[in-house]
Design a protein around this ligand. Structure first.
Ligand code: BGC
Length: 757
């Protein structure tokens, strides 16, 4: 049954400019729909409820179905599967007065059912094609299953590993995160948002969410504008420039005003300065949370949010339930509501939903394009590139597929914990555990013996919080000593010990902030006992954040950080442990010596009293009890091979702002294995009108170099690479002396200098 008005709409739309190729065409078509809408229907488009998970049949009589029918819903999220989505879309299109289609969102964060490594891990690949492909595959799978909008990428720079959501971002660096922002948006949206296998990206969480005080989730942020512009804003801006269709306001306040109602942020910066043309959605109950923030009741905060530039309300229903009253009381104009509605309708036109509301509801695609062998193979490859080899004493790795391998540890035999945080569409029990991966890899050529060795955490309550949402490790009831003794017995019988330690999948991610970043005591005790056997110990680390690994770095011979590698993690780890793949990941966050050093990041300012000479120096910027050094610096990561850097060569020592500087460096693979090296280029601006960081990443290249081979790596630096926001927040380049620093991590670099005229 089609409503008469729908027919009218379709006729009008057809009259108003035909197909959806040109922007002008879309604008006219949006106008034609708006002209048919009542105030209530416009407000309805601004409403984004969570669908929960419907099964077919249950939806029809639900509250949400009624709301859709009444024109009170613009989109839905938390709904999976074509049948359920089709059913909801049908209600919108056939039963609501105007038949306006819904947009369907989901947190497709690092893959859909074929789960890729968590974003922090993917960033350690420094491979932009691979990251783009991961988003492309995620979009293909999600769109095949009915989804057309993803709440990704998360571009919140974070320098605080206490914050659990550091796992969802790209680490501490502005430049790298901006490159990843572009790759992700390209991957999701492709060249044509109107195609049925691309989805709209929603950049989040705008802004500064990763700078929450004390790393506690949802906490206040407070930052100078010059730091926002130079360090925290560029990744969001890069995503906007790459054409991201939507953006999500963050939970936190900025300058005393929650982002959700911050007009400077949502209108002045986002729209006026960056030219953003898409729509802004709140985060989950972000609108109603402003009551607790203390800036007014639901009616007040809802009107204020829309006036600030918010278009869509996720879950609160503040806009739905109060805006009409605010119009009647002259607290907001209908024109302001029309603007928000216009942006949402425009997104639906861009996705092609007005032409075919069911274009993402193709059961055949759902059956053939999701969790395919090809996609899972890509996820496995991506995982191997995201692992970071932190230590490999005596070249213990790679190990041989022979003899007896003891596989020990609380994370050795868990499929559910492999995909990490925010993998809502994952098939948890079909992920490849480390046990699965090793067993498959060795076949009959080696024997694998297993013991759990320890629980995840000595505190059962913390373990439960670290393994929520179906990821329980089914705590072992035996005493820690009993478990350890069994592990030691098994280790003694083996040639090598592989021990799977670290965090449970939900130990990082949303609302998983933590103050102690060391391995749980019970895991540390297990490590100590295994080391005492004298057998070679290979630690395979699972984590969603930088941990404090000072003791491990001093005592454990091998540490392979595998983060959370996704649905194919176990196979990917086996690929690296046995040397089928030479690890090439490099850290995108600094690993501190202790929590007290946080925030610790490479691109810091020099201060007036930098530490000169060895630690400790009285009246210089350092600590009494610990040096300023990290355990592992930004950009660090080992290979089974070694790479030697030649001198940094510049084609000129003086350049004009209009000129390009060419930087070359010879990199030699001086080891036994072919391998990839991430060559990193940093810049230091020695004197400015405002202080500048001691170094900033301005280029990187991941190059494959054969054993014994030398490659010349070339970078081009332009004015843009030397520019920054000055005190007045103008984008400037200032003459003076610069250094170019090139190396395999942010600490070990070679330097050359030039002057900008
Ligand atoms: C998170 C967002 C997410 C949203 C919808 C919120 O709790 O902060 O990142 O997109 O939920 O699931």
């Amino acid at each position: 049954m089609k409503s008469p008005l729908l027919v009218l709409t379709v006729v009008l739309l057809a009259a108003c400019g035909g197909r959806v190729q040109k922007h002008a065409g879309i604008d006219a078509r949006v106008d034609s729909v708006l002209s048919l809408m009542t105030l209530e229907e416009k407000i309805g488009q601004l409403n984004l409820p969570s669908a929960g998970q419907f099964t077919t049949g249950a939806a029809e009589n639900s509250d949400i179905a009624k709301k859709i029918e009444q024109g009170n819903v613009g989109g839905l999220f938390n709904i999976k599967r074509v049948a359920a989505i089709r059913e909801m879309q049908q209600i919108a299109v056939e039963k609501s007065r105007l038949g306006i289609p819904l947009i369907f969102g989901m947190d497709v964060i690092h893959g859909y059912e074929s789960v890729f490594p968590i974003p922090l891990a993917l960033s350690c690949s420094w491979n932009m094609e691979l990251i783009e492909r991961s988003a492309r595959i995620a979009a293909t799978e999600a769109s095949a299953d009915g989804i057309n909008w993803t709440f990704s990428p998360m571009l919140d720079l974070s320098r605080d590993p206490r914050w659990g959501r550091i796992s969802e971002g790209n680490g501490e660096d502005t430049y790298l995160s901006s490159e990843i922002a572009k790759a992700m948006v390209r991957g999701y949206q492709g060249n044509d948002l109107n195609a049925n296998n691309t989805i709209m990206s929603c950049v989040k969480h705008y802004a500064l969410y990763g700078a929450a005080e004390a790393g506690r989730d949802y906490n206040t942020t407070d930052m100078s504008r010059i730091r926002m512009y130079n360090e925290y804003f560029p990744p969001y801006k890069a995503a906007v420039e790459a054409g991201a269709g939507s953006i999500m306001a963050s939970f936190n306040e900025i300058d005393g005003v929650p982002a959700t109602a911050n007009k400077w942020l949502l209108t002045e910066v986002l729209r006026n300065q960056w030219g953003f043309k898409g729509f802004v959605v709140s985060d989950y109950t972000g609108v109603s949370e402003m009551i607790a923030h203390g800036i007014g009741d639901l009616q007040t905060v809802s009107a204020r949010a829309v006036q600030a530039g918010l278009d869509m309300d996720m879950v609160s229903e503040g806009l739905l339930t109060t805006l009409k009253k605010s119009v009647e009381e002259n607290k907001i104009t209908e024109a302001e509501i029309t603007e928000a509605c216009r942006r949402i309708l425009k997104a639906k036109f861009q996705l092609g939903l007005f032409d075919d509301p069911y274009k993402y509801c193709n059961e055949d695609r759902a059956k053939t394009e999701v969790f395919t062998a090809a996609n899972r193979a890509e996820a496995r490859k991506a995982a191997t590139e995201s692992f970071v080899l932190l230590k490999n004493e005596d070249d213990i790795l790679p190990i041989k597929k022979s003899g007896t391998i003891a596989l020990i540890g609380p994370l050795a035999n868990t499929r559910e914990n492999m995909t990490g945080t925010w993998s809502v569409a994952a098939r948890f029990s079909e992920s490849v555990s480390l046990m699965d991966g090793l067993t498959k890899a060795v076949g009959n050529s080696a024997k694998i013996v297993y013991a759990r060795g320890s629980n995840l955490h000595e505190d059962a309550a913390i373990e439960e919080r670290a393994t929520m949402f179906g990821k329980s490790l089914n705590r072992d009831k035996r005493s820690a000593e009993e478990m350890r003794n069994e592990a030691v017995r098994i280790a003694r019988s083996a040639d090598v010990v592989v021990v799977a330690i670290g965090e449970g999948a939900e130990m990082s991610g949303e609302a998983s902030s933590i103050t102690n970043l060391e391995l749980p005591q019970t895991q540390r005790e297990l490590l100590k006992a295994l080391l005492q056997t004298g057998k070679p110990v290979v630690a395979v680390l699972f984590t969603g954040r930088p941990l404090v690994l000072k003791w491990e770095n001093e005592n454990v011979p091998v540490i392979l950080n595998t983060w959370f590698g996704g649905s194919e993690a176990g196979d990917a780890i086996a690929d690296v442990l046995f040397g089928a793949v030479n690890p090439s990941g490099k850290l995108t966050t600094t690993f501190p010596q202790n929590v007290g050093q946080i925030p610790l990041y490479y691109a810091h300012k020099n201060t007036g009293r930098p530490l000169s000479g060895p630690w400790f120096q009285k009246f210089q910027s350092n600590y009494i009890d610990v040096s300023n050094d990290p355990v592992y610096p930004f950009g660090f990561g080992l290979s089974y091979s070694t790479f030697m850097y030649g001198d940094v060569k510049l084609d000129k020592t003086t350049i004009k702002p209009s000129e390009t500087l060419t930087v070359t460096v010879d990199v030699t693979n001086s080891g036994q294995y072919d391998g990839a090296e991430v060559v990193q280029l940093y810049v230091r601006d020695w004197v400015g009108s405002v202080t500048r960081p001691v170094k900033e990443l301005r280029g990187f290249k991941k190059v494959m170099i054969k054993a014994g081979e030398t490659k010349t790596v070339t970078f081009q630096l332009t004015k843009e690479d030397l520019s920054f926001y000055n005190y007045d927040l103008n984008w400037v380049v200032e003459p003076g002396e610069f250094s170019v620093l090139v190396g395999g991590n942010s600490r070990d670099v070679k330097e050359a200098k030039f002057t900008l005229q």
